[in-house]
Design a protein around this ligand. Structure first.
Ligand code: FES
Length: 251
Protein backbone atom coordinates (compact mmCIF):
# COMPACT_ATOMS: atom_id res chain seq x y z
CA UNK A 1 0.00 0.00 0.00
CA UNK A 2 1.30 3.41 -0.91
CA UNK A 3 2.23 5.51 2.13
CA UNK A 4 1.34 8.69 0.20
CA UNK A 5 -1.28 7.77 -2.36
CA UNK A 6 -5.03 7.23 -2.43
CA UNK A 7 -4.77 4.06 -0.33
CA UNK A 8 -3.28 5.81 2.70
CA UNK A 9 -5.84 6.93 5.28
CA UNK A 10 -5.61 10.51 6.43
CA UNK A 11 -4.12 10.94 9.89
CA UNK A 12 -6.50 13.46 11.43
CA UNK A 13 -4.34 13.83 14.52
CA UNK A 14 -1.27 14.91 12.61
CA UNK A 15 -0.25 18.56 12.51
CA UNK A 16 -0.18 19.91 8.97
CA UNK A 17 3.39 19.99 7.69
CA UNK A 18 4.71 23.46 7.06
CA UNK A 19 7.15 24.65 4.46
CA UNK A 20 10.50 23.24 5.68
CA UNK A 21 13.06 25.71 6.89
CA UNK A 22 15.57 26.11 4.04
CA UNK A 23 18.27 26.99 6.59
CA UNK A 24 18.05 23.66 8.37
CA UNK A 25 16.93 21.32 5.58
CA UNK A 26 19.91 19.70 3.92
CA UNK A 27 19.56 19.47 0.15
CA UNK A 28 22.27 18.06 -2.15
CA UNK A 29 23.80 21.01 -4.01
CA UNK A 30 23.29 19.42 -7.42
CA UNK A 31 19.62 18.71 -6.71
CA UNK A 32 19.08 22.26 -5.46
CA UNK A 33 20.69 23.65 -8.62
CA UNK A 34 18.49 21.53 -10.89
CA UNK A 35 15.31 22.52 -9.06
CA UNK A 36 16.23 26.22 -9.07
CA UNK A 37 16.98 25.99 -12.79
CA UNK A 38 13.51 24.64 -13.45
CA UNK A 39 11.89 27.25 -11.20
CA UNK A 40 13.63 29.98 -13.17
CA UNK A 41 11.78 28.87 -16.29
CA UNK A 42 8.32 29.81 -15.05
CA UNK A 43 6.60 32.87 -13.59
CA UNK A 44 4.86 30.59 -11.04
CA UNK A 45 7.30 28.31 -9.26
CA UNK A 46 4.64 25.62 -8.90
CA UNK A 47 4.99 25.03 -12.64
CA UNK A 48 8.37 23.43 -11.90
CA UNK A 49 6.86 20.85 -9.55
CA UNK A 50 6.96 17.87 -11.92
CA UNK A 51 10.57 18.25 -13.10
CA UNK A 52 11.63 19.05 -9.52
CA UNK A 53 10.02 15.87 -8.18
CA UNK A 54 11.48 13.87 -11.07
CA UNK A 55 14.94 15.22 -10.23
CA UNK A 56 14.50 14.31 -6.57
CA UNK A 57 13.33 10.83 -7.59
CA UNK A 58 16.49 10.37 -9.64
CA UNK A 59 18.55 11.21 -6.57
CA UNK A 60 16.59 9.21 -3.98
CA UNK A 61 15.16 6.44 -6.15
CA UNK A 62 11.60 7.45 -5.25
CA UNK A 63 9.65 10.40 -3.88
CA UNK A 64 10.50 9.52 -0.30
CA UNK A 65 9.51 11.78 2.60
CA UNK A 66 13.10 13.07 2.58
CA UNK A 67 12.96 13.78 -1.16
CA UNK A 68 9.65 15.60 -0.75
CA UNK A 69 11.06 17.62 2.14
CA UNK A 70 14.06 18.69 0.10
CA UNK A 71 11.96 19.77 -2.87
CA UNK A 72 9.58 21.59 -0.53
CA UNK A 73 12.46 23.47 1.10
CA UNK A 74 13.88 24.65 -2.21
CA UNK A 75 10.52 25.50 -3.79
CA UNK A 76 9.02 27.02 -0.64
CA UNK A 77 5.97 24.78 -0.91
CA UNK A 78 4.31 22.51 1.63
CA UNK A 79 5.11 18.79 1.56
CA UNK A 80 1.36 18.16 1.30
CA UNK A 81 1.17 20.01 -2.01
CA UNK A 82 4.07 18.01 -3.41
CA UNK A 83 2.65 14.72 -2.11
CA UNK A 84 -0.65 15.46 -3.83
CA UNK A 85 1.19 15.89 -7.13
CA UNK A 86 3.45 12.87 -6.62
CA UNK A 87 0.53 10.60 -5.78
CA UNK A 88 -1.37 11.66 -8.92
CA UNK A 89 1.31 10.99 -11.53
CA UNK A 90 2.14 7.32 -11.80
CA UNK A 91 5.70 7.80 -13.04
CA UNK A 92 6.48 9.46 -9.74
CA UNK A 93 7.01 6.65 -7.25
CA UNK A 94 5.53 7.11 -3.80
CA UNK A 95 7.03 3.95 -2.35
CA UNK A 96 10.46 2.35 -2.68
CA UNK A 97 11.09 0.60 -6.00
CA UNK A 98 14.04 -0.86 -7.84
CA UNK A 99 16.18 1.88 -9.35
CA UNK A 100 16.07 0.34 -12.84
CA UNK A 101 12.70 0.78 -14.54
CA UNK A 102 11.55 -1.93 -16.95
CA UNK A 103 8.21 -0.89 -18.42
CA UNK A 104 6.71 -3.71 -20.49
CA UNK A 105 4.11 -2.45 -22.94
CA UNK A 106 0.99 -4.60 -22.72
CA UNK A 107 -1.22 -2.53 -24.97
CA UNK A 108 -2.96 -4.02 -27.99
CA UNK A 109 -0.16 -4.25 -30.59
CA UNK A 110 2.30 -5.66 -28.10
CA UNK A 111 -0.30 -7.87 -26.46
CA UNK A 112 -1.18 -9.49 -29.79
CA UNK A 113 2.49 -10.35 -30.21
CA UNK A 114 3.05 -11.93 -26.81
CA UNK A 115 3.50 -9.00 -24.39
CA UNK A 116 1.44 -10.59 -21.65
CA UNK A 117 3.69 -13.65 -21.53
CA UNK A 118 6.70 -11.34 -21.67
CA UNK A 119 5.40 -9.29 -18.76
CA UNK A 120 4.65 -12.36 -16.63
CA UNK A 121 8.11 -13.76 -17.41
CA UNK A 122 9.74 -10.44 -16.49
CA UNK A 123 7.89 -10.38 -13.17
CA UNK A 124 8.97 -13.95 -12.42
CA UNK A 125 12.59 -13.29 -13.43
CA UNK A 126 12.85 -10.26 -11.14
CA UNK A 127 10.78 -11.47 -8.20
CA UNK A 128 13.86 -11.47 -5.94
CA UNK A 129 15.66 -8.61 -7.64
CA UNK A 130 15.39 -5.41 -5.60
CA UNK A 131 17.19 -3.41 -8.30
CA UNK A 132 14.54 -3.84 -10.98
CA UNK A 133 11.11 -2.24 -11.10
CA UNK A 134 8.96 -4.13 -13.63
CA UNK A 135 5.66 -2.54 -14.60
CA UNK A 136 3.06 -3.11 -17.28
CA UNK A 137 2.53 0.02 -19.33
CA UNK A 138 0.07 1.36 -21.84
CA UNK A 139 1.21 1.94 -25.43
CA UNK A 140 4.70 3.43 -25.39
CA UNK A 141 4.40 4.54 -29.01
CA UNK A 142 6.78 1.99 -30.50
CA UNK A 143 4.27 -0.53 -31.82
CA UNK A 144 6.52 -1.34 -34.81
CA UNK A 145 8.90 -3.18 -32.48
CA UNK A 146 6.14 -4.99 -30.55
CA UNK A 147 6.37 -6.56 -28.09
CA UNK A 148 8.67 -4.03 -26.55
CA UNK A 149 9.81 -2.55 -23.26
CA UNK A 150 11.34 0.67 -22.04
CA UNK A 151 14.45 -0.07 -19.98
CA UNK A 152 15.43 3.04 -18.04
CA UNK A 153 13.95 5.01 -20.93
CA UNK A 154 15.65 3.01 -23.70
CA UNK A 155 13.22 1.30 -26.05
CA UNK A 156 14.04 -2.30 -26.96
CA UNK A 157 12.11 -4.82 -29.02
CA UNK A 158 10.84 -7.08 -30.36
CA UNK A 159 11.39 -9.12 -27.21
CA UNK A 160 10.64 -12.67 -26.14
CA UNK A 161 10.87 -14.17 -22.65
CA UNK A 162 14.10 -15.79 -23.85
CA UNK A 163 15.70 -12.31 -24.10
CA UNK A 164 15.22 -11.56 -20.41
CA UNK A 165 18.41 -13.18 -19.02
CA UNK A 166 20.57 -11.11 -21.39
CA UNK A 167 18.49 -7.98 -20.83
CA UNK A 168 18.79 -8.27 -17.04
CA UNK A 169 22.51 -9.11 -17.23
CA UNK A 170 23.06 -5.97 -19.34
CA UNK A 171 21.22 -3.83 -16.79
CA UNK A 172 23.23 -5.18 -13.87
CA UNK A 173 26.52 -4.83 -15.75
CA UNK A 174 25.72 -1.23 -16.73
CA UNK A 175 26.02 -2.13 -20.43
CA UNK A 176 23.78 -0.85 -23.23
CA UNK A 177 20.73 -3.10 -23.07
CA UNK A 178 20.34 -5.45 -26.06
CA UNK A 179 22.07 -2.97 -28.42
CA UNK A 180 20.85 -4.65 -31.60
CA UNK A 181 17.27 -4.42 -30.41
CA UNK A 182 17.28 -0.74 -29.42
CA UNK A 183 14.82 1.41 -31.33
CA UNK A 184 17.24 4.37 -31.44
CA UNK A 185 19.85 2.21 -33.18
CA UNK A 186 17.66 0.65 -35.84
CA UNK A 187 18.50 1.62 -39.40
CA UNK A 188 15.65 3.57 -40.92
CA UNK A 189 14.95 5.21 -44.27
CA UNK A 190 16.47 8.50 -43.12
CA UNK A 191 20.23 7.85 -43.09
CA UNK A 192 20.73 10.71 -40.62
CA UNK A 193 18.13 9.58 -38.09
CA UNK A 194 19.73 6.58 -36.38
CA UNK A 195 23.14 5.05 -36.20
CA UNK A 196 24.71 1.78 -35.18
CA UNK A 197 27.94 3.54 -34.23
CA UNK A 198 26.88 3.88 -30.56
CA UNK A 199 28.15 7.46 -30.21
CA UNK A 200 28.25 9.00 -26.78
CA UNK A 201 25.76 11.82 -26.38
CA UNK A 202 27.76 15.06 -26.73
CA UNK A 203 26.52 16.43 -23.42
CA UNK A 204 27.07 13.17 -21.51
CA UNK A 205 30.57 12.92 -22.93
CA UNK A 206 31.65 16.22 -21.40
CA UNK A 207 32.45 17.15 -17.81
CA UNK A 208 29.51 18.94 -16.18
CA UNK A 209 30.99 22.43 -16.37
CA UNK A 210 31.79 22.03 -20.08
CA UNK A 211 28.38 20.52 -20.82
CA UNK A 212 26.69 23.52 -19.20
CA UNK A 213 28.41 25.85 -21.65
CA UNK A 214 28.08 23.59 -24.67
CA UNK A 215 26.69 25.31 -27.73
CA UNK A 216 25.35 22.73 -30.12
CA UNK A 217 25.93 23.67 -33.76
CA UNK A 218 22.80 25.19 -35.23
CA UNK A 219 23.20 26.40 -38.80
CA UNK A 220 19.71 27.81 -39.12
CA UNK A 221 18.07 28.82 -35.83
CA UNK A 222 14.67 29.17 -37.51
CA UNK A 223 14.86 25.58 -38.76
CA UNK A 224 16.05 24.35 -35.37
CA UNK A 225 12.95 25.57 -33.58
CA UNK A 226 10.59 24.80 -36.42
CA UNK A 227 9.72 28.37 -37.33
CA UNK A 228 7.88 28.85 -40.61
CA UNK A 229 10.37 29.69 -43.29
CA UNK A 230 13.25 27.77 -41.72
CA UNK A 231 14.94 25.15 -43.89
CA UNK A 232 13.90 21.65 -43.01
CA UNK A 233 15.27 18.40 -44.37
CA UNK A 234 11.85 17.18 -45.50
CA UNK A 235 8.66 18.65 -46.93
CA UNK A 236 6.78 21.05 -44.69
CA UNK A 237 3.09 20.79 -43.96
CA UNK A 238 1.23 23.82 -45.34
CA UNK A 239 0.05 26.34 -42.79
CA UNK A 240 -3.67 26.21 -42.23
CA UNK A 241 -5.39 29.47 -43.17
CA UNK A 242 -8.96 30.36 -42.26
CA UNK A 243 -11.26 30.25 -45.32
CA UNK A 244 -11.89 33.51 -47.13
CA UNK A 245 -15.15 35.15 -46.14
CA UNK A 246 -17.97 33.39 -48.00
CA UNK A 247 -15.74 30.53 -49.17
CA UNK A 248 -17.10 28.13 -46.56
CA UNK A 249 -20.65 28.59 -47.92
CA UNK A 250 -19.74 27.95 -51.58
CA UNK A 251 -19.53 24.10 -51.32
S1 FES B 1 1.09 -1.22 -28.21
FE1 FES B 1 3.08 -1.52 -27.41
S2 FES B 1 4.19 0.19 -28.13
FE2 FES B 1 2.20 0.51 -28.88
Amino acid sequence: MSPLGWDAPVDLEKEPAEVPDPETTEVPASLRAVIEDHMANYPDRRSATLPALAAAQRVHGWCSPQAIEQVAAVMRLTPAYLESVASFYDMLETHPVGRHAVFVCTNISCSLRGADELYEAALAATADDAEINVRAFECLGACDIAPMASVDGVYVGPLTPGDLPELLADIHAGRPVLPDRQLARRPVADPHANTREFPEHPIEALPDEDAANLELPVEDPAAAIGEPGGERPGPSAPLEEPPEHGEADSS
